[in-house]
Design a protein around this ligand. Structure first.
Ligand SMILES: [Fe+2]
Ligand SMILES: [Fe+2]
Length: 306
């Protein structure tokens, strides 16, 4: 897509952005992060005469700790995501208003999860800070995705973070953490709906190009947390525990959106569009097969008592 075509598409989609911005602002609930943190549990660390952190102080299971850290470090990289969106969507008009509003909402996520973890001594604060520094210094580079690819990616990514926060909350074994993560997941859900509707509108304006974007983003999906130190190890741990795995990614993230957009029922596609749809079908099948193999291997390992 040329710069001129992108410009035209941004203008064509602006009315949809405006409508969805209004819908979003009407349905988004303002919430106060400080209301979700059990401050009475807080106490000083060593430098202020208190006790240094030790693993025994955390009431979180190792899996819950990993999942919360990964979600937090992913949220921490917000400046990079903001830069990506501003580059793709611009900072003017309804697009710009959306990007800034979205960024302000996302800012609550890292702040509240970090407060929770520090106050409850849920994880090693020193290592967490080192990992935050490393994550933010790595930054997030989506590889200059074209506009439609960026829209498809964020729709999947917002749903992925919603599912990840929700499932992490459930595995924490702490009603306070579960309440906080359910609240954050509601934000991610509204973000997903915004982008889902945007992709829907794009499918009507440029069906073949939008289908190509969806197919490419399903085939090449990478979690935004992939730059977090030790991501592969952490991802395996949460997949083994069923917090976020390939089965969940296929069933709860990719398929609900693919079904919602009715891409397999669309008629009147040109040759490029048909090819994109075939590629999407192949990518979805391949993901399903990988998910099946993963679940099988996990069950075998569990049966062996590992
Ligand atoms: Fe978030
Ligand atoms: Fe979000």
């Amino acid at each position: 897509m040329t710069a001129l075509e992108t410009r035209a598409l941004l203008m064509q989609l602006e009315a949809t952005v405006e409508d969805n911005l209004d819908r979003h602002l009407a349905s988004a609930e303002d919430w106060l992060p400080h209301e979700y943190v059990p401050w009475s549990e807080g106490r000083n660390f060593a430098a202020l005469g208190g006790e240094p952190w030790s693993a025994g102080q955390s009431r979180l299971s190792p899996v819950a700790r990993t999942a919360l850290e990964l979600n937090l470090l992913t949220e921490d990289n917000l400046p990079s995501y903001h830069a990506e969106l501003v580059t793709t969507f611009g900072r003017h008009g309804a697009w710009g208003t959306w990007v800034h509003r979205w960024t302000a909402e996302e800012g609550r996520h890292a702040a509240s999860i970090r407060d929770y973890l520090l106050v409850t001594r849920g994880t090693d604060p020193e290592r967490l800070e080192q990992d935050r520094m490393a994550t933010m210094q790595a930054g997030w580079d989506s590889g200059d995705k074209p506009l439609l690819h960026a829209c498809a990616y964020v729709a999947f990514q917002e749903l992925a973070t919603r599912v990840s926060h929700r499932n992490t909350g459930r595995c924490c074994g702490d009603p306070v953490a579960e309440r906080l993560l359910a609240r954050i997941a509601m934000d991610e859900n509204l973000h997903m709906i915004f982008y889902r509707n945007l992709v829907q509108a794009a499918l009507e304006i440029a069906p073949s190009q939008t289908l190509r974007a969806i197919a490419d983003e399903v085939a090449g999906f990478v979690m935004p947390g992939s730059v977090v130190p030790g991501f592969a190890r952490r991802a395996v741990q949460i997949a083994q525990a069923g917090v976020y795995d390939l089965r969940i990614h296929h069933d709860d993230v990719i398929m609900p959106l693919v079904r919602h957009w009715r891409v397999f029922e669309a008629v009147g596609l040109d040759a490029d569009g048909e090819r994109a749809r075939e590629d999407l079908a192949a990518a979805v099948d391949a993901l399903d097969a990988r998910a099946a193999r993963f679940v099988e291997r996990r069950a075998e390992a569990q049966a062996r008592g590992r």
